[in-house]
Design a protein around this ligand. Structure first.
Ligand SMILES: *[C@@H]1O[C@H](CO)[C@@H](O)[C@H](O)[C@H]1NC(C)=O
Length: 332
């Protein structure tokens, strides 16, 4: 690029810095919503505690109950985010979830977009799972699971969902970790009705850690997870009429797709940290669901975790086998 005058230089810098903002930290442009303005208590009595500043919330699981909160509105599309710190130490069987759903309203054909955090035995890290359901497609699980590049119980990190009518993107600290592009063949399986946001902590003993092998041990209770920096940037709509009452049309600071540099970060993340994807699970799906975009590098990497499940039924006796094959059947 040839920059020939100071004013051109100025506008070049302006556009450049805008791109930088979009690429590196779009959530910083969006306002954080105080708890009482965006959310309301869902369950767990005193196990939900709103901090004095009104901006952060503690959710506790103990022997008596878990706890949770729900958004006051239902949203059709938008950008939704929370900063979350998970319980530390021994957390096997504990599930923290940050998700969208309309299961209360559409019992038979609900939609869902999930971040689920699966606790672990001491010394082993939390894992994240993402999933989506559309129009009651609960017979088709679309789970992916990942390790993280940090300990999510050490500090707060941002977990975000971008949902438009054409795609869903999951982010961790502004790194896209998963992109679901709507395909025609997905039909109703792509979430398309207004949903509420939920945050919960609960006892997932039967499921969360190695398929229920490690249950919640209440000797280590209470399990406390902290939420703050709430972003609810979307169209609040009536779920039945689907008319919007409060629609934020200034979507300028919302990403609408994955930029090339974001994509390379996403690819790197997935190659390094993804440990399970339904798209490559030949035990569950002889033919991958139609929206799956098969990436040979991802497939190769997943074989490390389970050569049978991800390897086309050809048993390999690689040296990684014994180390990793235990962790593949949990939480499905
Ligand atoms: C969603 O489910 C309902 C009830 O099962 C059905 O009538 C409708 O056609 C479905 N919509 C789509 C887009 O698949």
């Amino acid at each position: 690029m040839v920059v020939s005058s100071p004013s051109q230089m100025g506008s070049f810098l302006f556009v450049f810095s805008l791109l930088l903002v979009l690429a590196s930290g779009f959530h910083r442009n969006l306002p954080f919503v105080p708890f009482d303005e965006g959310y309301t208590h869902l369950f767990g009595n005193d196990n939900l505690l709103v901090h004095k500043d009104g901006k952060s919330v503690h959710l506790t699981l103990d022997e008596s109950t878990g706890s949770g909160f729900v958004s006051q509105d239902l949203y059709l599309h938008g950008f939704f985010s929370a900063s979350i710190k998970l319980p530390s130490d021994y957390t096997a069987g504990v599930v923290v979830a940050f998700y969208m759903s309309n299961g209360d309203i559409f019992e038979k054909n609900h939609d869902e977009i999930d971040f689920e955090f699966l606790g672990n035995i001491r010394g082993k890290n939390w894992r994240i799972q993402t999933n989506i359901y559309g129009n009651g497609s609960t017979s088709v699980g679309r789970e992916e699971r990942y390790n993280l590049w940090f300990d999510p119980s050490d500090d707060f990190h941002h977990y975000s969902i971008l949902w438009t009518d054409s795609q869903i993107i999951f982010y961790v600290d502004n790194t896209p970790i998963r992109e679901v592009k709507r395909t025609e063949s997905m039909r109703g399986d792509f979430p398309s009705k207004p949903m509420s946001l939920y945050a919960t902590i609960w006892d997932g003993s039967n499921w969360a850690t190695n398929g229920g092998k490690y249950r919640v041990n209440y000797k280590y209770a209470p399990f406390v997870t902290k939420f703050s920096d709430f972003i609810l940037h979307g169209c609040a709509v009536d779920p039945i009429e689907q008319t919007s009452s409060r629609c934020d049309t200034t979507q300028a600071s919302i990403p609408t797709s994955v930029s090339p540099s974001q994509r390379s970060k996403m690819d790197n993340f997935r190659r390094k940290y993804m440990t399970y994807s339904y798209c490559y699970d030949q035990v569950r799906y002889k033919v991958p669901p139609s929206e799956c975009v098969i990436n040979p590098l991802e497939a190769e990497r997943l074989k490390v975790y389970d050569p049978v499940r991800f390897g086309g039924g050809r048993r390999r006796h690689g040296k990684h086998h014994h180390r990793t094959s235990r962790s593949t059947t949990d939480a499905i």
